[in-house]
Design a protein around this ligand. Structure first.
Ligand code: GLC
Length: 803
């Protein structure tokens, strides 16, 4: 007999169900999201509810709106708990449960649908778990096995190599500094235990909010099972309704938080290298760009700017006056983004160390001593960011950067990486031991969470000292919800063609894991790149959310001009393409902060149910309607491109407008080295601008709309604001309405911003020869493309054509 009770805790209604071996707590935190907290080994305590440990989630937003109400119905042995449009069916005899999506009344084809079905679950009784401090840990303490339908694909799961669909893989959630990684390395730096399950054209999500070390067997050992095993005492499962992948993602970011709006400069070209040591080195790099008229918006500064790798110090020999140098770079339109690592050099007299030690801010060993390891500084100790007072202290340290006028930061080695330990203990990878202590919590539980509060503290630091800017923070490690605090890059990749190819499903998968602004190091971090690889990488990265060329020390220099011609010019053209696309990219970034939809999108996001789109890992969508299909193999000058349903116009390099293709088919793109194959979907319009050497404001004086006329016209969007500071701007929708052989184009705007007088042009692809145009200042028509110059304050343009 299973007992149950309703309780309200912190404003949330929960249903608690328990038997003699396990406990379920059900709630509906948001519409379309059902949470099932499952403690398999918790023993009922007489007739009372067994106390579960207090849950502190690093992922779920602390300020969610009021939870949806629950209702319960009993039907024989089945208990039905409904909330937020989902229903949990619990078999009171077996304890088995499933989550169903309610049928939509009157909507045919939307019958009740099973989203999650438990095959079995299991846990060790608390006594079976070895005490902390012993050498063996039970890494599969709580287990949950969900039914994996044969036709289901599993997207997301955070930062992973391999194809976008993770079916058939065994995944570990344990943030790991691994260099080099390969096409099958697992795990990597980031753990997001969230997947979008796609079945036909329907999708739903499963999120297991556990920071404890965990694994997921994604229909690998058992083709019909998705099995989670956690080292923790419970599994906190969220089931998210669809029906489309974009709906699942929206619900997930409503739950775990929206990414903040990046400043415009962060989307411009960035140069980095582990090897720039001094302000003079950086001066030379900036000059190298400017001499060649290459666009550049930021330079990242690696660990050598510090004094002997001591965080929150500046090496005065290399950087005699950091503030003055920040100002000097700004005059060239360049921002600086310094690195910060969590490891603190254990050196008596060094103030950061002394403060941390004195205030008890550091991670300790199981025996209670301060844990000592080695990172760049050696010996090194580690702040325990999981405690609020440590976060506040760390945030306070950002004054150094804020005072110097720095607006961006690069949080690295925050898995945390630790190369060796003063007292070796059981662990996994180069990090802290399982039994190290964060207050009273073991590292086994806190490891995956470590990077989130570190980046949260960075954001808090800028909010405190530079409240008028939008800080740009990138992090190497992260757990679910990291997007609220920082974006990520994919860590130490390598200068190989396979790594270039890998970057697309990897960034795509991060995007489907709620992290919309991820990117990989352009050119490759480890190993020597080549002119051809670098050029192709810049082309492929035209739609990375940010564009940073970064490489390791000891490798060949890889700034855009290092390989001479034709590569310098080809990279120059790719950078100009990027800057032309900035209005579109910035608008996508704005959209991402509201909907969670990433900048770089796997095709599956918009074409669920299309098996070819699901497997098209070597191309991506930039927004909904621009297909990017880079060449990612040495010596190739052609490639196959999959175009999903719809009509697509080739707009190679955004300049060569060619054929219109019917989608649902593969086409061969001719793409010699200077060419990036791009295709614009019918019905879509993109805002573009002129290339520039660096960004200024996201209020573009020249805007060219590139539209591809569809059956009913086209739609485009443009978000504009100051490019930094408060996110107060104007959203313009360009609407082309096609009716009765006539196209009328107008705009709708929302929000306000003082905008400069804009010079707009509109290029429309896919028109029959034009008969008449009204409302334009000038126009020309050639080869199916109508080019219109729009007058100031235009209201409507109409076009008729020869049928
Ligand atoms: C790590 C980072 C890399 C950085 C290096 C030195 O390997 O991932 O980007 O350049 O450390 O700080």
């Amino acid at each position: 007999m299973r007992l149950r009770e309703f309780v309200t805790e912190n404003g949330e209604t929960q249903l608690r169900v328990w038997g003699d071996r396990d406990v379920l707590v059900v709630s509906a935190p948001l519409p379309g999201v059902l949470r099932v907290r499952l403690a398999p080994q918790a023993r009922a305590n007489g007739l009372g509810f067994p106390r579960l440990a207090e849950k502190r989630s690093f992922a779920v937003c602390p300020d969610l709106p009021k939870a949806a109400r629950l209702s319960v119905a009993e039907d024989g042995d089945t208990l039905r708990v409904s909330g937020g449009g989902l229903t949990l069916h619990l078999d009171r005899k077996s304890g088995g449960w499933r989550v169903m999506e309610a049928a939509v009344e009157g909507a045919e084809g939307r019958p009740e649908r099973e989203l999650a079905c438990v095959l079995d679950w299991n846990g060790d009784a608390p006594t079976a778990r070895p005490a902390m401090g012993s050498e063996t840990f039970n890494l599969s303490r709580s287990r949950l096995n969900l039914h994996a339908p044969e036709d289901a694909a599993y997207l997301g799961f955070g930062e992973r190599v391999g194809p976008l669909d993770k079916r058939g893989m065994h995944l570990t959630f344990w943030n790991t500094d691994c260099y080099p990684h390969h096409t099958d390395t697992d795990p990597l730096y980031i753990s997001v235990p969230f997947t979008t399950v796609v079945q036909g054209d329907r999708a739903h999500g499963i999120f297991v909010d556990e920071t404890w070390r965990m694994t997921a067997d994604v229909a690998r050992s058992d083709p019909h099972g998705l099995a989670f095993a956690s080292a923790g005492p419970e599994l906190d499962v969220y089931v998210l309704a669809g029906p489309r992948p974009a709906d699942v993602l929206r619900r997930y970011v409503d739950l775990t938080g929206h990414a903040p709006m990046p400043p415009l400069w962060a989307l411009g070209a960035a140069q980095s290298r582990w090897g720039y040591r001094t302000a003079d080195d950086l001066r030379a790099v900036i000059a190298g760009y400017r001499e060649r008229d290459l666009p550049l918006d930021s330079v990242y500064i690696d660990i050598e700017y510090m004094d002997a790798f001591k965080v929150w110090t500046v090496n005065r020999a290399g950087f005699p006056d950091l503030k003055a140098f920040v100002r000097e770079a700004a005059k060239q339109g360049v921002k600086l983004v310094p690195i910060i690592d969590p490891g603190i050099k254990a050196e008596p007299g060094y103030d950061v160390y002394e403060e941390a030690l004195h205030n008890d801010y550091l991670v300790r060993t199981a025996r209670g001593d301060v844990l000592v390891g080695e990172v760049w500084p050696d010996p090194a100790v580690f702040p325990d960011f999981t405690r609020p007072e440590v976060m506040t202290w760390w945030a306070g340290r950002h004054k150094l950067f804020a005072d110097a006028g720095i607006q961006g930061q690069w949080n690295d080695m925050n898995e945390p990486a630790c190369f060796s330990l003063a007292q070796p203990r059981e662990t996994e990878g180069k990090t802290l031991p399982y039994d190290a202590l964060h207050g009273s919590r073991p590292h086994l539980e806190m490891h995956n969470a470590y990077a989130n509060p570190m980046s949260q503290a960075s954001r808090a630091g800028y909010a405190k000292f530079s409240p008028n800017i939008r800080p740009w923070i990138i992090s190497r490690a992260g757990y679910a919800g990291i997007q609220r605090h920082a974006t990520v890059w994919t860590g130490d990749n390598a200068a190989t063609w396979s790594h270039l190819g890998l970057s697309l499903p990897m960034i795509g998968g991060l995007g489907l894991s709620g992290i919309p602004f991820a990117a990989a190091d352009v050119g490759g971090f480890g190993g020597d790149t080549t002119g051809e690889l670098l050029a192709r990488w810049y082309q492929a990265a035209v739609g990375y959310a940010f564009l940073r060329n970064h490489s390791a020390q000891g490798t060949v220099d890889q700034e855009p001009w290092r390989f001479g011609e034709p590569y310098t010019s080809i990279i120059h053209a790719a950078l100009e393409l990027r800057y032309r696309l900035l209005p579109h990219l910035y608008t996508l970034a704005y959209g991402a902060t509201r909907t969670g939809l990433p900048v770089l999108r796997p095709l599956a996001l918009h074409h669920a149910g299309d098996e070819d789109a699901l497997r098209a890992d070597s191309q991506y969508l930039l927004g909904k309607g621009l297909m990017v299909a880079p060449v990612m193999a040495a010596g190739h000058s052609k490639r196959q491109v999959y175009l999903p349903a719809g009509r697509w116009a080739s707009v190679f390099n955004l300049a060569e407008f060619g054929k219109i293709h019917d989608g649902g088919a593969y086409v061969t793109a001719d793409a010699p080295l200077h060419t990036l194959p791009l295709y614009l979907k019918a019905g879509e319009a993109l805002p573009l601008t002129e290339p520039a050497l660096h960004t200024t404001q996201a209020r573009w004086e020249r805007v060219t709309w590139l539209a591809h006329l569809g059956e009913s016209g086209f739609v485009g969007q443009l978000y504009e604001d100051a490019g930094d500071g408060p996110v107060v701007g104007r959203l313009t929708r360009l609407i082309g309405n096609r009716e009765d052989g006539k196209l009328s184009v107008r705009r709708e705007t929302e929000g306000e911003a003082a905008l400069p007088e804009q010079r707009e042009t509109l290029h429309i692809i896919g028109l029959e020869p034009v008969r008449e145009v009204h409302g334009a200042a000038a126009y020309s028509y050639e080869d199916g493309v109508l080019r219109l110059t729009l007058p100031a304050h235009w209201e409507e343009v109409t076009v008729t054509w020869v049928e």
